[in-house]
Ligand binder design. Structure first.
Ligand code: PHE
Length: 467
């Protein structure tokens, strides 16, 4: 006999939890760096077209699959009567597993910075790059790696917080946690925005973010924007299917998809309007880098040069921490829900064991950053077989191959097999007519799958940075 399935306790609870999943490290440190490199306003414009045309239909489809099947991601496709598509769920499940391994560790780094800014901002300011490397286990003076146990403890703490939330369940844990975390995140974001916009010299950065500098835009830029949108909206990863499965019939999936995508994009854009102007004002245009170094290194320079910097630095890393926690929780829920339902295991032991395993695998990720030369293996047609650092290999595999593959699977499944009309019927179970049904059908059948195929193709054939 099946147990009664968990459900969200309230409408706003679900929206905040789904937005909490979407708003994560991707919005706050990946997006601004990419927007800067992709020509500021030009990238922004592209991104703002991609979200409604590709992201939103994909989000709606994943939520509809989740609610219609009422199931975890692996069993969702067979439950809808299509056993042959179970692989999509497996890909999504495995991606969530691999991402959590490293996401929780990056979350641990953020937690480490929260502590530094709260207790000892000087130690970061003195040498931001040295501090960052040292945290990850590299001693520049001795040019040697060492076991970075302090940061691993922070990663462990981060994972433990997530585990506690998951153990408390969908309504009692995830929903409650997001109801506090998400409003806090919005408030911090607005305070930081006010601070950044009023810095002397911020105008130049603001202008850059509003100008259409097409000279920096290449076909690659479009692909970077597209993969960023999928990552940022938590698509192609089992999460929205799982969260959709806890939705009641009364909920309007179309409206919710719109709200989640809008909130996620708003946070990314505001983060861009905070970080790019702040970096321009304090470090000049050359201060903007990308990736981990950007959030953890360039910004330390920004906060040092800003009046009240230690306070705003602390706020910024708290913001990043909330964002990372709510996203990590969603990833773990997707993983745990499957094990609980398929194997009939208890929620608490399943959460503890999976989190422990993911934490341990993640240690290899953190250790391969600087402490030890651990390698992964990679293949693309441009470079053949290569052995990148393990941490890069993990990110490539998820961002460049598996997420697009799972997202493509979902779009093709809904567009061509399950049929957009069935998804529309699912949407309309709430009693409201879905007015954009025809446009949705067209986007999910043609525009979304073709664009994703292009991302996949370019990843495999060119081997250039797309993460
Ligand atoms: N979407 C989140 C972000 O922007 C992260 C995330 C990735 C969440 C993958 C779940 C799954 O960072």
């Amino acid at each position: 006999m099946e147990k009664k399935r968990a459900q969200w306790g309230s409408k706003i609870g679900f929206i905040l939890a789904a937005a909490g999943s979407a708003v994560g490290l991707g919005n706050i440190w990946k997006f601004p760096g990419k927007a800067f490199e992709g020509g500021g306003g030009a990238f922004l414009l592209m991104y703002l077209l991609i979200v409604p045309l590709i992201g939103m239909p994909a989000m709606l489809s994943e939520l509809a699959i989740g609610r219609a099947s009422g199931s975890n991601v692996v069993d969702a496709f067979p439950r809808l009567g299509h056993k042959g598509f179970a692989w999509i769920g497996w890909v999504g499940w495995i991606v969530a597993f691999i991402i959590t391994c490293y996401y929780a560790h990056v979350g641990g780094w953020v937690l480490r910075y929260v502590f530094s800014y709260a207790l000892e901002p000087r130690s970061v300011y003195a040498d931001p790059l040295g501090y960052f490397y040292n945290m990850l286990g590299y001693n520049a003076a001795a040019d040697a790696g060492f076991f970075p146990w302090p940061v691993l403890i922070f990663a462990f703490l981060f994972m433990a917080i997530c585990a506690v939330v998951i153990i408390k369940g969908v309504e009692g844990g995830i929903e409650k946690f997001n109801k506090v975390g998400m409003p806090a995140l919005f408030i911090i974001l607005l305070i930081l925005f006010a601070r950044a916009a009023t810095l002397p010299g911020a105008g130049e950065g603001l202008r850059y973010m509003l100008s259409l500098d097409w000279s920096k835009v290449t076909p690659q830029t479009f692909l970077i924007a597209l993969s960023q949108a999928f990552y940022s909206l938590s698509l192609g990863m089992s999460i929205m299917v799982t969260y959709g499965s806890y939705l009641s019939e009364k909920e309007d999936i179309a409206k919710n998809s719109f709200l989640i995508c809008t909130m996620d994009t708003l946070v990314a854009v505001i983060a861009g309007f905070i970080i790019v102007p702040a970096v321009f004002a304090t470090l000049g245009p050359d201060g903007v880098g990308k990736g981990g170094g950007f959030a953890f290194v360039s910004l330390a320079g920004v906060f040092e040069n800003m009046p009240g910097g230690a306070f705003f630095g602390l706020l910024f890393y708290l913001l990043l921490l909330f964002a990372a926690l709510t996203s990590a929780v969603s990833l773990i829920e997707g993983i745990v829900a499957f094990l609980i339902e398929r194997k009939g295991w208890g929620r608490t032991p399943t959460t503890i064991v999976t989190c422990a395993v993911m934490f341990l695998v993640g240690c290899l990720y953190t250790c391969s950053q600087a402490a030890y030369p651990l390698k992964g293996i990679w293949f693309d047609f441009a470079n053949g077989v290569t052995y990148p650092a393990l941490c890069d290999a993990m990110e490539f595999l998820t961002d460049r191959v598996m997420i697009p593959l799972c997202a493509l699977g979902c779009c093709v499944f809904v567009g061509w097999v399950w049929k957009p009309e069935t998804a529309v019927t699912e949407v309309e179970r709430c009693g409201t007519r879905f007015r954009l049904a025809r446009a949705y059908g067209f986007l999910i059948k043609y525009i979304a799958p073709v664009s994703i195929l292009v991302i996949l193709g370019v990843s495999l054939f060119t081997g250039t940075t797309l993460s």
